[in-house]
Design a protein around this ligand. Structure first.
Ligand SMILES: *[C@@H]1O[C@H](CO)[C@@H](O)[C@H](O)[C@H]1NC(C)=O
Ligand SMILES: *[C@@H]1O[C@H](CO)[C@@H](O)[C@H](O)[C@H]1NC(C)=O
Ligand SMILES: *[C@@H]1O[C@H](CO)[C@@H](O)[C@H](O)[C@H]1NC(C)=O
Ligand SMILES: *[C@@H]1O[C@H](CO)[C@@H](O)[C@H](O)[C@H]1NC(C)=O
Ligand SMILES: *[C@@H]1O[C@H](CO)[C@@H](O)[C@H](O)[C@H]1NC(C)=O
Ligand SMILES: *[C@@H]1O[C@H](CO)[C@@H](O)[C@H](O)[C@H]1NC(C)=O
Ligand SMILES: *[C@@H]1O[C@H](CO)[C@@H](O)[C@H](O)[C@H]1NC(C)=O
Ligand SMILES: [Cu+2]
Length: 643
């Protein structure tokens, strides 16, 4: 009887899914395996040349990393002047020079909700040695118009057919601005200074924020916080929180900003070290997961315990030991405070924090002493304000017990110092792209810490494992609404379908890497349940993003399915409508129960058990019969309705 009911129920389900297939959403092709074989695990490998020195990078397509530099005498030319931008093909490890038109020195960037990348602000036109050029409109040795108010856009592509173009200017000059994308896919552009230098000062501060694209009548908004947080408020540390407020941290101060009402709410001061540039801690918003109810935790590691009045160059900054401290804060909870987390194993400034799809965090690059910045000071190392490069990567495992979260087990150091103006980003294959370092005013090969072009890949321990090849990932993810199904074979579970319980689906944005920040870097785990079939394959039932665009703003992202710590190759999807607009938010459909069919080896043909922890007593057969009857009832109703 059950069998009969079951088959009638599944026939009805099949009929229903056929009926709804006309409105079925597009899925992406199942990802395959990495092209790289036998990668050196836990190690760096030098793979190519970035053409322009990698001061800023982002993964623009699954196969192309875009590089943005300052104007300098990079040997590769484009349009009759040195190239200060490039597109780096991950397949061929070849870069093509690109023309980014104006001086993008210490610009900010992020991706808009429609997939266009934005790069904003910079420096005046310069000649050799970074000295102000005679013409601010182009010409001269580097032919670099002033970039201080520039907004540069790129619709990324593989190959040669996309180029940077200028759109309207910002309201004012911004050197070292931060860019965060908002719930409607616009960007907020925050802070910076007019003319650059080691730190900010009142005479050149730009204590405002503005939006791109601007709405008619928009004016830049002046922020009290940015008037109060001199001098280390360049590249402020900013994350959009699930509450819709912006968390903002600079020098020793912290606030929440309601960008709609322009209200500022003070939070406790930072503890133990300055985290903003030029102290340059590694920072990130930790994974937002069903287990933590998508609650934001922001982590800060390293930096420099330096007083606000010590950001002057009349003492030996390069010899000053960096901080080992890591702290976290949960700004959306009541009475947030900074809480100590496990210290770094050694002092570190400019150590990037890069999130892996399995929730671990790689810290790499940086220095043990000094800060970001450079100059011709007698105590500088060449021109570098940092010394004692830290070549060792370390990995933070949030699931490890307190005191044991950082580990360097199985990891080997790089051979390349990567200090001021170095970068890193996650790639779709789960490796890291690491490049840059140039603590010099111009292209310089004669100093200890020279202008660096070498590109490295870093391979986490999972890299050579057979990757899951999930089928059915949607090419567009919305906020709430219907769940979707991803199928995995027994091989995808490494032959053990109980790994369905250790499978997660994550949506990641890799961000815009510059100055030890990855603007926009974020990981959100989708809610899922599973149906394990008797042949050891399974269907994952996966919710779309939580019904709140502030948890993960619209725009391109990568989806990874991680089975027992092994990520699939990330596939690019679009989150939201693909337009800069208010996003649709729908009620979340409930997920089917977790169900495991007994394998035939257990002498059963089709016996199933629900494995839900909260629902041990109910049987899958009942569930399926029940939902089948609901479907039949629904079909009957609609039949009656249609008649
Ligand atoms: C995305 O929006 C920006 C700002 O309105 C616009 O300049 C750009 O052309 C748009 N990109 C696409 C692909 O439509
Ligand atoms: C999860 O967060 C949402 C939104 O902040 C809140 O409404 C809900 O009560 C939270 N759920 C739990 C179980 O804490
Ligand atoms: C390289 O840096 C050194 C140290 O500051 C300086 O003396 C030299 O002029 C620089 N070379 C170039 C080409 O800028
Ligand atoms: C997902 O799979 C379940 C059964 O495993 C099925 O009932 C449902 O219709 C499927 N949904 C979609 C959108 O394919
Ligand atoms: C048979 O069932 C038991 C208990 O549920 C389980 O531990 C075991 O892995 C199953 N064997 C196979 C071959 O699936
Ligand atoms: C299959 O289900 C039947 C009926 O509920 C039960 O008697 C039998 O023990 C189950 N077999 C296995 C292998 O779980
Ligand atoms: C179903 O399985 C998922 C993934 O293993 C797990 O997170 C979730 O808690 C389970 N659901 C229930 C209701 O037990
Ligand atoms: Cu810089």
């Amino acid at each position: 009887m059950s069998v009969q009911l079951l088959s009638r129920a599944s026939a009805a389900l099949v009929a229903l899914s056929l009926a709804s297939s006309s409105i079925a959403q597009q899925t992406v092709a199942a990802p395959g395996q990495p092209s790289k074989q036998n990668a050196p695990l836990g190690q760096f490998e030098i793979v190519g040349d970035s053409v322009a020195s990698a001061q800023q990078i982002f993964l623009g397509t699954p196969n192309t990393v875009f590089v943005v530099d300052k104007v300098e005498a990079n040997p590769t030319q484009i349009n009759g002047h040195p190239a200060w931008a490039a597109g780096y093909s991950l397949d061929s490890n070849k870069a093509r020079p690109m023309d980014i038109v104006t001086n993008s020195f210490c610009a900010g960037g992020n991706v808009l909700g429609n997939g266009t990348w934005l790069n904003v602000g910079g420096n005046q036109a310069v000649k050799q040695g970074g000295v102000t050029a005679d013409s601010q409109t182009g010409g001269g040795i580097y032919d670099d118009p002033d970039g201080g108010q520039s907004m540069r856009l790129l619709n990324p592509c593989d190959g040669d057919n996309c180029n940077w173009f200028l759109t309207e200017d910002m309201s004012g000059r911004r050197w070292y601005p931060t860019v965060e994308t908002l719930e409607d896919g616009r960007a907020i552009i925050v802070g910076g200074c007019n003319w650059g230098g080691y730190v900010n000062d009142a005479a050149q501060n730009n204590p405002t924020y503005e939006f791109f694209p601007a709405q008619p009548g928009d004016q830049p908004i002046t922020s009290q916080f940015f008037q109060n947080t001199l001098p280390a408020n360049l590249y402020p540390l900013i994350w959009l929180l699930p509450s819709g407020k912006l968390f903002v941290q600079a020098t020793w101060s912290t606030m929440l900003l309601d960008y709609h009402t322009h209200q500022e709410f003070a939070l406790p001061d930072m503890t133990k070290a300055v985290r903003t540039y030029p102290a340059s801690a590694g920072t990130m918003i930790m994974p937002l997961t069903p287990a933590n109810n998508w609650t934001a935790t922001i982590m800060f590691c390293g930096g420099s315990n330096i007083k606000a009045n010590q950001f002057v160059t009349n003492w030996n900054i390069a010899a000053f030991t960096a901080s080992t401290s890591c702290v976290t804060i949960q700004p959306d909870l009541p009475n947030p405070t900074y809480v100590d987390d496990d210290d770094l194993p050694e002092p570190r400034t400019m150590g990037n924090l890069i999130m892996l799809p399995d929730f671990r965090i790689v810290c790499l690059n940086g220095a043990g002493t000094g800060t970001a910045g450079y100059g011709y000071d007698a105590w500088a190392i060449g021109q570098s304000y940092a010394d004692n490069p830290v070549l060792d990567p370390i990995i933070y495992d949030p699931s490890a017990p307190a005191g044991k979260k950082w580990s360097r087990d199985g990891l080997s150091p790089s051979t390349i110092p990567r200090m001021y103006h170095s970068v890193a980003t996650l790639l779709p294959d789960g490796s890291l792209f690491v490049s840059g370092s140039n603590p010099n005013a111009d292209y310089n090969t004669t100093v200890k810490y020279k202008t660096e072009y070498r590109v490295e890949r870093f391979y986490p321990d999972y890299y050579n494992k057979r990757r899951p090849e999930p089928q059915g990932i949607l090419s567009t993810l919305g906020y709430g609404g219907d769940y979707f199904n991803i199928t995995l074979t027994k091989d995808d579970f490494f032959g053990d379908s109980s790994n369905a319980q250790k499978t997660t689906v994550v949506v990641m944005r890799t961000g815009f890497s510059t100055h030890t920040m990855n603007m926009g870097q974020r990981l959100v785990q989708l809610e899922n349940t599973y149906t394990v079939n008797s042949d050891g394959s399974a269907t994952l039932h996966v919710s779309q993003l939580p019904p709140n665009p502030a948890i993960f703003v619209p725009g391109p992202a990568y989806v990874f399915v991680v089975v027992d710590g092994v990520p699939s190759i990330g596939v690019q999807v679009m989150v939201g409508s693909g337009q800069i607009e208010k996003q649709n938010v729908r009620t979340v459909s409930p997920l089917p129960s977790n169900t495991t069919a007994s394998a035939s080896g257990n002498g059963s043909n089709g016996n199933s058990t629900t494995t839900d922890k909260q629902n041990q007593a109910s049987s899958a057969i009942k569930d399926v019969v029940f939902s089948g009857m609901m479907v039949l009832a629904g079909a009957a109703w609609s039949l009656i309705f249609n008649l």
